[in-house]
Design a protein around this ligand. Structure first.
Ligand code: URA
Ligand code: SF4
Length: 237
């Protein structure tokens, strides 16, 4: 069956470049794709990906993880320091805030698949710390085939984009999370698509009050997702 997510993956995988809103570079994740497109082979192949320079300074590829038949998929930006060391997405400070917000919204993380737009940690040294650096457009495009394949394999009914990197990679550079967050968007990528802020942005709030407000808004967006998730469960029961 050709689903919208499947067609996005097909476009990325077969056309390679020259898509209306994507410029997959000559050297990209596609050069490292496995023969069969299932989760285990994709994850395995991604471990050896050298589709852009980011593998050079990272410990390992951090592929998506979670329920492989999940109805709900979250997409972040890229692994951070702790994710790079653990090899798992959203296990560091942003991940802990994300877990807390999910719980408050009534979403069990284990029913979801969680991944990132870019699979290697990009950073620059600051003293002894590794400071997160935003991936550039070329790195995002080079890595996008992994994400397209994950969307194809998992085929989530609900897609939630966390922050501008994921939202702009999938919805276009003109997309503004600040303006269109927390509402169901019209997109062929999944039955339900919603964008919200990135949990890291809440951690960067200038003061505790502001952080509180931003956190509450994030939980509110997740409640919108939870409501649909529960509705889906009732319909199927
Ligand atoms: N931020 C992300 O976008 N992803 C992670 O996995 C961790 C932090
Ligand atoms: Fe490959 Fe993505 Fe890592 Fe670049 S960031 S090397 S494209 S997995």
């Amino acid at each position: 069956m050709i689903t919208p997510t499947h067609s996005l993956a097909c476009e990325l995988l077969s056309l390679k470049k020259d898509m209306s809103n994507h410029e997959i570079p000559e050297l990209s994740a596609l050069n490292f794709f496995p023969e069969s497109l299932d989760y285990a082979s994709l994850k395995n192949a991604a471990e050896g990906c050298k589709g852009c320079e980011l593998y050079n300074n990272a410990t390992q590829t951090v592929f998506g993880a979670g329920g492989l038949t999940a109805e709900l998929m979250f997409i972040g930006e890229q692994p951070g320091d702790e994710e790079d060391l653990a090899g798992l997405p959203f296990v560091g400070p942003a991940g802990r805030l994300f877990d807390k917000a999910l719980e408050e919204a009534g979403i069990d993380r284990s029913v979801a698949y969680v991944t990132n737009t870019v699979k290697h940690f990009k950073w620059k040294p600051q003293g002894k710390r590794r400071l997160h650096e935003r991936p550039n457009a070329r790195e995002v495009e080079a890595c996008l085939p992994w994400l397209a394949a994950e969307m194809d394999v998992i085929a989530p009914r609900i897609l939630v984009l966390l922050g501008a990197t994921a939202a702009q990679a999938l919805l276009g550079k003109q997309f503004r999370v600040t303006k269109e967050r927390g509402v169901w968007l019209d997109s062929p990528m999944a039955e339900r698509v919603l964008a919200t802020v990135h949990p890291s942005s809440i951690l960067r709030a200038p003061d505790p009050q502001e952080r509180e407000v931003q956190y509450a808004e994030f939980v509110q967006d997740l409640r919108t997702v939870a409501a649909d998730l529960n509705l889906g469960a009732q319909t199927r029961a």
